[in-house]
Ligand binder design. Sequence first.
Ligand code: ADP
Ligand code: MG
Length: 697
Amino acid sequence: MTTFDTSLAKLSRISETHAKKLEKLGLFTVKDLLYHFPSRYDDFSHIFNIDELVEDSNATVTGYISNVKTTRIYKRHLTITSATVTDDTDSIEMIWFNQAFVEQTLQTDKKLRVSGKVALSKKGAIQFNSPNVERLERVPTSTGRLVPIYPETAGITSKWLRWQIQMILSKDITYDDPIPKNILDKLNLQSLGDALKTIHFPKTELEVEYASKRFMFEEMFLLQLITLRTRAALSKEKATEIPFDKKMIQNFIATLPFKLTDAQKTSSFQILKDMERSTPMNRLLNGDVGAGKTLVAAIAALQALESGHQIAILAPTEVLASQHFNTFLTLFEKNDHSIGLLTGAHKMYGSHPALVQDVTRQKMLKLIKGGDIQLVIGTHAVIQDDVAFNDLTLIVVDEQQRFGVAQRATLAQKSIDSDDGNKKAVPHFLTMTATPIPRTFALALFGDLDVSLLDEKPGNRKEIKTQLVHPNNQKDIYDFIKKEIKNGRQAYIILPLVEESDALKNVKAAKEECVRLEKEVFIDQNLGLMHGRLKSKEKESLMTEFKNGKIDILVSTSVVEVGVDVPNATVMIIENAERFGLSQLHQFRGRIGRDKYQSYCFLFSDHANSQRLRAMEKHSDGFKLAEIDLKLRGPGEFLGAAQSGLPDGAMKNIANTKLVTLARTHAKNLLISDPTLKKYPQLKKEIAHYYKNVHME
Ligand code: ADP
Ligand code: MG
């Protein structure tokens, strides 16, 4: 008996070779194959008389075949198969290149159906190029209908897939529909079996649309169930209540050299209110680059510190972790809290910028475990290891560009399990990202999170002037930079070198470019070169020199991308800017324009018509740029590596507000009536499957 779980390799008609190829495509089970949807359909549904055929069209004819012939041209490694098909009105030649196997299907004694593209032959007559041929009495799969075309793959043809899928669908298999029947009825969606039959072998485009609606809903519905369940699980956990001491926070804010923006005030308030509750906060702080997220995190951290609790702040890079360490030491220098930095390169702690001491990792871990260090700053990786805390009450994750729903749940889970295996209180959890996330995304992806928006730039910042520069005009820009440096400012030059691939070659190229700039262009200025192969300490001392003004121009590969804050830097050149995505360009540019000075960003590129680069000139708002990026690249690409295991269909439809809302409402109602999904084992299974996939990456 064939079921969804039957392994494809077990099906008698699928050879071992084919099964291997399918596995490479990620298709293991019958269900996987049935969910491998066509990317488009060729319309061969209309049957013509041969004398009606015209050049350059898709057509189907029926008739008898004659003159079957295969010729080999050894020199050109070519086989040519040809035959003639004849109906009552006329005949037409058919031709196939390197498909000698079709000869077997060309039976001359039976009426056949032929579908294919009508094209002009060398001799000027019309002919069928590589048409599909089926016996007239057979159920049509590749001829005489809308014919499904599957995503291109080596060794697995669409024709083969059609045949296999048709065979499975014609069998008596059970379709375990994860969507409850009453929801299908209510939304007028097809049942799983019907929808699968339709999507692979539709009669009309309208039918395709109808079936797709069901699958779009299915994926979004599952995603919503997952986020809602994560949320529900967290809301059952206990967290430590941290009372909001208004006076203390106000006093702290009064010591700052600037006023908070309204967005910072609102976000801080939301966070402090969340932390007062006995259920764990699970909030995303979504703010454009330079919006001042660090300070909001600091306010939350200070409240927890003053209440005597332990806090962890996690950054994606060592450079950023040390930058935060210094920022927090300075911000809290009057508050006398012990702050630690724990990364691969650093183990140190102190309560004042002037009172910092280095210790061993072991000592550091002991101090953290004993609660002597109250605020631990580190990289994501370090904290995920074996660090035990005394009273971890708040976790802040900075520049969290990964969006995995399940990953967030895991991180929260990690911090729950304490030494003795008993569950302690769950820490409050604040995630910060500078990737502007459009509203519908937030709703679809972060249903388990509350979101605070920092959509306002602090201070009297002037808009960054951005200009696309053709290689011929680079000299003017170099001169301009020299002038800015004379006036006391600093600059970045970003090189488009991907760090991961072929790193050594790239480092060499970066060094060469830096030497060229030093020798030929910026003879009187100090340059520093930052790249991914430097040791953390080297990177940091470079950053320190840059911050202290010893370096005028920081030449850098994309490692400078996240978080770095040097307000005196006001000019940026991005070389070969066309190689970067819009979001990344915006992140780079966010390194400048961080103070009162006018800042300038020059995009070096000979792609004068690039929509992306033009958008950078026009817009400075990250949310606006994110929207454009989304339009240009589609949601999958937009979220890029960040998507982590989301189903393809859900990705494609994540910007579809109506669908997201609909799926969310139904998921909510279902969970109200049956929170553990006891009555819906199939749904439970799908969700478990999703989690498994995410954890495997
Ligand atoms: P991001 O949101 O990109 O992490 P940061 O937290 O690094 O931004 O802040 C960017 C810069 O703006 C820092 O130099 C910070 O000190 C400064 N800043 C933050 N809030 C304000 C404010 N309300 N007014 C003026 N400057 C601010
Ligand atoms: Mg930041």
